[in-house]
Design a protein around this ligand. Structure first.
Ligand SMILES: C[S@@+](CC[C@H](N)C(=O)[O-])C[C@H]1O[C@@H](n2cnc3c(N)ncnc32)[C@H](O)[C@@H]1O
Length: 294
């Protein structure tokens, strides 16, 4: 199946607002958006940068052009049909190191750019087909909120919808605990397994394929003291009663993947199932909730 790229070239400062808008606001979202320097010699302000948005389906070019005109005043982008290669991974290559609190996420291309702060927890996640390189606000939000819970290590932890396993690896490194991580998508589970090995966490993170809580190993490990669920609003709301059944009293669940306008509906489903809001990380599009089971 072909995919599509829309690109713009300009100094970095002229592209940043459109980059943020395409990453966070465009609906349906691009599969990947990248902002990369076209040459490596000039200083950032003197260089020409490329803003590239990738889509699996033919994008509505008029809607995209209107969005970038409204956010940063760019002219029309150039639409290209691309041959069938993994453009999502290509777009994420070299996107740079992401810092979320003490977590520092990097890909193989950025190994030499790692900062070296004493408290840093470095996690290598290469760009590929599993969600969770840290460049999406939901992943970054979960890591930022997790960073606040360094001194509090729950006994039994599940990363439900683990994608790349980035949250499971982060929690294993922060808390020094064994973590169960699951995903409905077998490709994600395979990539998560590679990431767990790359980060030397195979002794701590156990992976399995499962839809929701539907797996005997999940049932055996319950009740959980902490569950991460960065999925989407619909499945999050549907899973609320199962969350209550698998989380211990006073256990926590971190919810992400719902958009700001879906948050009230998801929260209502969890309140009905016996949860109370403890904390919330604000983001104009992708808030993160921390709830406790009463
Ligand atoms: C938005 S990604 C989050 C990945 C990663 N946890 C992160 O925070 O970056 C959501 C993941 O949940 C998985 N997923 C969606 N619905 C699921 C379900 N009902 N049960 C288990 N996994 C699910 C998807 O396959 C996908 O890998």
């Amino acid at each position: 199946m072909p995919s599509y790229k829309i690109s713009w070239a300009a100094p970095k400062s002229a592209l940043e607002e459109a980059y943020a808008a395409l990453s966070d606001l465009f609906d349906p979202p691009a599969d990947a958006v990248s902002l990369v320097k076209q040459d490596t010699i000039a200083e950032d302000d003197a260089s020409i940068w490329s803003l590239e948005a990738y889509f699996q389906e033919h994008p509505d070019i008029d809607a995209v052009n209107k969005m970038v005109a409204d956010h940063g005043g760019l002219g029309d982008g150039q639409l290209e049909e691309l041959p069938d290669i993994d453009w999502v991974a290509h777009a994420l290559e070299g996107l740079g190191v992401v810092r979320c609190g003490r977590f520092v996420l990097y890909g193989v291309h950025d190994t030499d750019k790692l900062p070296d702060e004493a408290d840093d927890i470095a996690i290598r996640i290469d760009a590929n087909q599993a969600f969770g390189t840290g460049h999406h606000p939901t992943t970054a939000g979960c890591l930022t909120l997790l960073d606040r819970f360094a001194g509090w290590a729950p006994k039994s932890v599940l990363d439900l919808g683990c994608g790349s396993a980035v949250l499971a690896i982060a929690a294993a490194k922060l808390w020094g605990r064994d973590i169960l991580a699951s995903d409905i998508d077998e490709t994600s589970v395979a990539i998560a397994r590679e990431n767990v090995q790359l980060n030397h966490a195979e002794g701590q993170v156990s992976l399995l394929g499962a839809a929701g809580f539907d797996h005997p190993d999940i049932a055996a490990a319950a009740p959980f003291g902490f569950v991460f669920a960065n999925i989407l609003a619909g499945p999050l709301a549907v899973l609320a009663p199962d969350m209550a059944a698998h989380i211990a009293k006073n256990g926590r669940v971190m919810l992400a993947g719902m958009m700001a306008e879906q948050e009230a509906g998801v929260l209502a489903a969890y309140e009905k199932a016996g949860f109370r809001q403890l904390n919330r990380l604000n983001h104009e599009t992708w808030p993160v909730l921390l709830l406790v089971r009463q």
